[in-house]
Ligand binder design. Structure first.
Ligand SMILES: Nc1ncnc2c1ncn2[C@@H]1O[C@H](COP(=O)(O)OP(=O)(O)OP(=O)(O)O)[C@@H](O)[C@H]1O
Length: 649
């Protein structure tokens, strides 16, 4: 439920009053990634640990598919470094044994030298291997990111348009893009860290066991409290973050409103600054309080953990002392055990943090995988019959029902048109014109009936070749962040030789050339203000550019969906004069300005998804029906005199 807006006075104080009551903004819905975050908070450490082999397998196969060499190096070099850790500890015992032996000091030092050299070599080699492993890991991650992004965009750009009408699909795509892609690199990174940590622990345990088996349980018991503390702190942080996420999102949202070019004018015009700042202050105060609460709890856990760790370490000293006194272990072995404890603690830490993050990475990566699998199933396959233009297109009882809608947007429409004709689709808002045009363009497949190109069902035609015959000037164009020239050229970016109009000719035909020439860098002007020297255009200027792109495509079938809605009268006149002039090209025109369809060869009138009238202008005007009604209504607006609708105002 939306709350009541209660603006508070702004204050300069850095220590504002205690927050009173709830924030005034309405409740937020959970973001799409929330289901994973909740799942994560509800899963215990051991449940996560049990899934580790499967997660590691997943990460290794992902790394392997991106770069075998760097995956093998990242893992292999870390394992080798672990072997050297064992060797280094064993060599250290050798050094200590010689130093603690009886005899004069120079003799003991001389005797210790070979083991010392071995320990130094092991430490150096281990360092070199760790650096090399880090280098391989650093090379691997960008390659993985590239692989998963490439897979994602290869699929999303090929998927059938209808998939985007599916609410679930769009949401899954956002989820895969937002987190899935980013987490793929982390999945592998954390796996390598986990392997590094586990190898470190195993290497230390192996060294200790070789020195004396009784030392291993002592080591494990001494390292355990710190491990438990690390797990508890990591999970508490995660759960706390989750509990605060809604408030943090509100804060981000408010911050975004206050530092954004698009909102700047409205915020000033309505003097909303104080209101937004007071909301922001409230969120910040609550957030700071929550952060302090967490910090307090974490400090207590850490203090307890450190105390228990201290007791455990003291216990280890006692046990080692006892073992020394009873002669079970030698002094050198006991000293090495203490060194091993330090090394094991570090490795255990790495392994525990990697395990926690690995599980989280895997959940989001799974979203990505599920989405890509699902999207691949929605890439249209189509037929393989070649297409090179058409003489005639027939629609036979064509219907389309959008997902989760009760009625068909296009309902059993049958019509035909020929090469070189200009046909118009007219009708009231929501009558199905755009949907029908998208069906004709092949952007949607009919859910009923068929569309035939020269007698061949469009489903049997090669979809790429069919698409190459069509140009669409959409009513909802996108402002591509390219130069003016590129914005036109992308209409047929792969054109190599001559044939088809030049960029400038297309721009002239769409009444865009003069406007582009007046831009600071002409056709090279970047049309996005996010870039240096970028410019923006007015709605009508953009529409001219979109028209130029459609004309540059030079397709046999040109679909113009409200191509002049934002154009001024002169530009509209120029565009329509051009659209009528090409006998070899079929134009499907949708417009509410019926004066522009007077010269169409055929006019199809739609109403609630059905085709209710067809014929040329004169025929339709001679018939009592919706076309004549709409035309006369519109024409009356242009007629001077007291009887026109405008005169009443
Ligand atoms: N992607 C979609 N998902 C669900 N319903 C849709 C979708 N697009 C359009 N519709 C619905 O289909 C019907 C026909 O829409 P369409 O855009 O084809 O009408 P139109 O005649 O082009 O309208 P306008 O003149 O306003 O552009 C409308 O009821 C609309 O709400």
């Amino acid at each position: 439920m939306a709350g009541v807006v209660r603006p508070r006075p702004a204050s300069d104080s850095s220590e504002p009053d205690e927050p009173s009551g709830d924030p005034t903004l309405p409740e937020l819905v959970d973001p799409h990634w929330m289901h994973r975050a909740t799942e994560l908070a509800d899963t215990g450490f051991w449940s996560v640990a049990r899934r580790l082999p499967e997660l590691v397998r997943e990460a290794v196969s992902l790394g392997w598919s991106s770069s075998r060499q760097d995956t093998a190096a990242s893992l292999g070099l870390n394992v080798a470094a672990g072997v050297l850790t064992t060797l280094g500890l064993l060599a250290t015992t050798g050094v200590l044994q010689q130093l603690f032996a009886a005899g004069p000091t120079p003799t003991r030092i001389r005797a210790a030298l070979p083991a010392l050299a071995l320990a130094a070599a092991a430490v150096t080699a281990r360092g070199a291997l760790t650096v090399a492993a880090g280098w391989a890991q650093a090379r691997l991650i960008p390659q993985i990111n590239y692989t998963v992004e490439r897979r994602l965009f290869e699929t999303t750009s090929e998927v059938e348009l209808a998939a985007f009408d599916d609410a679930g699909f769009a949401e899954e795509m956002d989820r895969a893009r937002d987190r899935g892609v980013a987490e793929a690199g982390s999945l592998v990174n954390d796996t390598v860290n986990l392997v590094t940590g586990v190898v470190g622990v195993v290497a230390t345990a192996a060294a200790v066991t070789i020195i004396h088996p009784v030392l291993l349980p002592c080591l494990l018991v001494a390292a355990a409290p710190e491990a438990v503390t690390a797990v508890r702190m990591a999970r508490r942080q995660r759960v706390d973050w989750l509990a605060r996420i809604t408030r943090r999102r509100r804060k981000w949202m408010l911050g975004d409103l206050m530092a954004n070019r698009h909102t700047a004018a409205e915020i000033r015009a309505y003097q909303m600054q104080d209101f937004l700042l007071s909301e922001f202050r409230l969120m910040t105060r609550l957030e700071t309080r929550a952060e302090l609460r967490l910090a307090r709890a974490q400090t207590v856990t850490r203090a307890l953990g450190l105390s228990v760790t201290g007791v455990a370490t003291f216990g280890l000293y006692l046990v080692l002392g006892g073992l020394l006194l009873t002669g079970v272990v030698a002094l050198a072995a006991a000293a090495t055990a203490l060194l091993a404890l330090q090394s094991a603690r570090g490795s255990l830490h790495t392994a525990i943090f990697a395990t926690n993050s690995l599980y989280e990475d895997a959940l989001y990566y799974q979203d990505y995988r599920d989405f890509v699998d699902r999207a691949r199933r929605r890439v249209p396959t189509g037929g393989d019959r070649p297409v090179d233009g058409f003489d005639r297109i027939d629609l036979d009882r064509v219907s389309l029902r959008y997902p989760a809608t009760e009625t068909a947007a296009v309902d059993e429409v049958s019509l035909s048109f020929r090469r070189g004709e200009v046909v118009a689709l007219v009708g009231e808002n929501g009558s199905g014109k755009t949907t029908l045009a998208k069906l004709i363009a092949g952007l949607y497949r009919p859910t009923g009936g068929s569309i035939r190109w020269d007698g061949v069902d469009a489903a049997e035609l090669d979809p790429r070749q069919t698409a190459a015959q069509v140009a669409v000037m959409s009513q909802e164009w996108w402002k591509f962040p390219f130069t003016a020239g590129q914005n036109i050229r992308v209409g047929r970016h792969d054109r190599t030789g001559p044939g088809g109009p030049s960029v400038e000719t297309a721009a002239r035909d769409a009444a865009a050339h003069d406007m582009i020439s007046e831009l600071p860098f002409g056709y090279d002007t970047l049309l996005d203000r996010q870039f240096k020297n970028g410019q923006d255009l007015s709605g009508g200027q953009w529409q001219r550019l979109v028209a130029a792109r459609g004309l540059y495509r030079d397709a046999r079938l040109l679909i113009c969906d409200e191509p002049s809605a934002a154009l001024d009268a002169r530009a509209e006149h120029a565009l329509f004069a051009h659209l009528r002039r090409h006998p070899d090209r079929t134009v499907v025109l949708i417009t509410h300005r019926l004066a522009n369809v007077r010269h169409a060869d055929r006019i199809f009138v739609m109403d609630h998804g059905r085709l209710v009238q067809s014929g040329d202008h004169d025929t339709l005007m001679a018939t009592d029906g919706p076309y004549r009604e709409l035309f006369e209504l519109q024409a009356s607006g242009y007629l001077a005199g007291a009887g026109g609708p405008t005169a009443d105002r």
